[in-house]
Structures are given as structure tokens and as C-alpha cells.
Design a protein around this ligand. Structure first.
Ligand code: 1BN
Ligand code: ZN
Length: 361
């Protein structure tokens, strides 16, 4: 054996080693790439803001009014653009000898063929009285934040998440809930003798009509209520699921929104549309502000208007939910596929080496 032959064998061994390293490195790179959670977010707060403005242009969205009917038609048209299935869940409320009011929840679904369901909800009616104002208390309020903001963010989220639907392993339901805001407060009903959150209770009563509970499961319900006001600061709502709360708050904090998602939030229990879903055994969160003692002081007043909406708050909410959904519900190959890829690459490399050396002998 000459010196040249020995050197050539060493070089060949080094080349072979490099092939093994490159293949393994590529497999690991693929694994790292697929599991990475850095994504560019597409939520556009200007779209959400314009959706609030459109709702206010209809007038007061109080059950029984033309503005209410027109707004229902508009929400239906908007969600039809992005959702694969849309259902108008109609119901009526008649209390005592009062008139009968026709109401509807509007449901849009993306990925209706998937097994897991995440529900994003917001109420779309606006309050018929301004009981917390100092004037015109019996007149309806614009409801830019209380009603309008959740709807605006939801329609924009429908646009954004429908772009990525093939990369999600769940259905997303966009649920626009009617008849939330007509209950009793400060001595006044919105509509006489109505309770809060009527629409969500009608929806949950009929929920089996909207999915097959034998083959599909409802993973969680996320309620957006009053998410567009200036000085946004969410509370830790006491009926909300701790894991869901922690995940969404840390998602917001990761995006740099620590003032809206504080480390030690105010803890409050709120009667809202999430309660009906919680009572049905579904993990829920109510993303809402402290409308009693918090910075945003226009709850159930005539000043709940566009002047007191901050597009930045819409962005904070929208981006956080977009990021949460895309990170936690990204469709991925089962873990065994990654291991099989790495093992397969290794086996291929060894086979190549084996034949290579066999040929040299
Ligand atoms: C929350 C936002 N609510 C209405 N708009 C429910 C509520 C308000 C419940 C005041 C009790 C009192
Ligand atoms: Zn309200």
C-alpha cells in the first residue's frame, strides 16, 4: 500500500463523514424550521377600525330596530367572504306581554372538516340605554367598544386566519352573538326584563345542531368584549380557564404588549357570553377590561364612540389572538415523521458508505 493510496482513503472517509453530517444537519434543520414559532402577523387594525365605523353607521344595533336587521345582514355578508360555512341561528325573545323580538347569532366556520373546534366570539348587539351617563340615560349608546370592537376584530381575524387555514389543525368558528347587552344595571333594563347574555344561552342550548359531538370536540371558547378602548388593560376574568388565560397573556407579553396583558392583572368576575359555554363544560376566556374601576370610563355611556377607540388596542388584541392560534394550532407532521426522517437519512448515509468502501476494496 503506497502513501498516496492511504491518503486517498483518508480523504474518502472525510468526504463520507461530511455526507453523513450534511444529511443529519439538514434533517435537524428541517425539524427546527418546522417547530419554529416566529411568524409574521397579518392582522390589520385599520380594517378592524373601519368595521367598527361601519357598524356605527347603521345606527344603534338594538333588537327590534332596522339598524339591527341591517347590521345582521352586513355581518353575514362579511363572514361569507372568509368562511366556508355560515349559519344564521335565529331565535326570538318575548317576555310577558312585551313585543316579540327577532334575534340571531351568526356563525362562520373555517376548516369545517377538522375535528377540533376553537370558537372566537363577540356580541354584536349594542345597549339600548346609557344608564351610567349623566344625561339622556334612556337613549341608546353607540357601542363602539361594547359590541363594535369585538365584531371588528373578529371579522379581520376571519380574513387573516382564512389565509392560513391549511396550516391549522382545527376548525375556527367565528360567532357573532346577539342579545348580550340588554340586562339590568343601575336601575335600568336595556330591554324590559331581559337578562344579560341571552343570545349565547340560546346558542349553547342548540349547539348540537352545529357540529357532530361524536366525531368533533370543542376545544375552547374565546370571547372578545370591549377590546378596542384607549389604555387597553385586560383583567384576569375569574370564570376563565387558567391555562387558556396564561397562554393568551404570555402570547401577548411575547409580542411586547405587557401593559395590555399585565403580569398581575385585576381579578374580576364578569357576567358575559362565556358563562353559557363554561356551563356546558368548555374551557373559556373572557378577554375584557375592568369597566367598573379601570381607565376606560365610557362603559354604557354615550361616549362609547369612535373618539374613544384606539386602533393600537385593536392591533394588540388581533395580533395576540392570531399569534396564539397560529402557534398552538399549527398543523404539523406527527413527531414520528421527524424521527423517521432522521433515521432514514442516517440509514441512507450508512448504506452509501458501505457500498463505497466495498467498491474500494
Ligand atoms: C359586560 C359588558 N356586560 C355588558 N357589557 C355585562 C354586565 C354589565 C354585567 C354590567 C353586569 C353589569
Ligand atoms: Zn355592555
Amino acid at each position: 500500500m503506497g502513501k498516496d493510496f492511504l491518503r486517498s482513503r483518508r480523504i474518502n472517509r472525510n468526504i463520507a463523514l461530511m455526507i453523513v453530517l450534511i444529511i443529519s444537519f439538514n434533517s435537524t434543520q428541517t425539524l427546527v424550521f418546522v417547530t419554529s414559532d416566529t411568524i409574521t402577523l397579518d392582522f390589520d387594525e385599520n380594517n378592524a377600525y373601519n368595521h367598527i365605523s361601519t357598524q356605527l353607521d347603521f345606527g344603534f344595533r338594538v333588537p327590534g330596530t332596522t339598524a339591527h336587521n341591517n347590521c345582521a345582514d352586513w355581518i353575514t355578508e362579511q363572514i361569507q367572504i372568509h368562511a366556508e360555512e355560515v349559519v344564521n341561528h335565529k331565535f326570538s325573545i318575548q317576555i310577558g306581554s312585551n313585543p316579540k323580538y327577532y334575534c340571531q347569532n351568526i356563525l362562520g366556520k373555517i376548516n369545517p372538516e377538522k375535528k377540533k373546534i376553537v370558537i372566537l366570539g363577540a356580541h354584536w348587539d349594542s345597549r339600548n340605554v346609557a344608564e351610567k351617563d349623566s344625561f339622556n340615560q334612556s337613549q341608546p349608546i353607540p357601542g363602539a367598544n361594547d359590541g363594535g370592537s369585538g365584531v371588528g376584530v373578529l371579522i379581520e381575524l376571519a380574513r387573516v386566519l382564512s389565509l392560513y387555514k391549511d396550516n391549522l389543525d382545527c376548525q375556527i368558528w367565528f360567532l357573532f352573538i346577539d342579545a348580550e347587552d340588554q340586562g339590568y344595571s343601575y336601575g335600568m333594563y336595556g330591554l324590559e326584563f331581559w337578562d344579560w347574555s341571552e343570545g349565547s344561552r340560546f346558542f349553547v342550548d342548540d349547539i348540537d345542531d352545529f357540529y357532530d359531538s361524536n366525531s368533533e370536540t370543542i376545544d375552547s371558547f374565546i370571547l372578545l368584549d370591549m377590546v378596542g378602548g384607549t389604555d387597553l388593560q385586560f383583567i384576569r376574568e375569574a370564570n376563565s380557564d387558567t391555562r387558556l388565560h396564561n397562554r393568551i397573556f404570555s402570547e401577548g407579553q411575547k409580542l411586547g404588549y405587557s401593559s395590555a396583558f399585565p403580569e398581575n392583572p385585576t381579578i374580576m368576575s364578569i357576567i358575559d357570553d362565556h358563562i353559557a359555554f363554561k356551563d356546558a363544560g368548555i374551557p373559556v376566556i373572557d378577554l375584557i377590561i375592568d369597566f367598573v374601576n379601570g381607565e376606560w370610563e365610557y362603559h354604557h355611556t354615550h361616549s362609547d364612540n369612535l373618539d374613544n377607540i384606539d386602533p393600537e388596542s385593536l392591533k394588540i388584541t388581533g395580533q395576540t389572538i392570531e399569534s396564539y392560534i397560529r402557534n398552538y394550532y399549527a398543523s404539523s407532521f406527527p413527531i414520528w415523521v421527524y424521527f423517521a426522517t432522521i433515521l432514514g437519512s442516517g440509514a441512507l448515509a450508512i448504506t452509501v458508505l458501505f457500498y463505497f468502501f466495498k467498491k474500494r476494496k
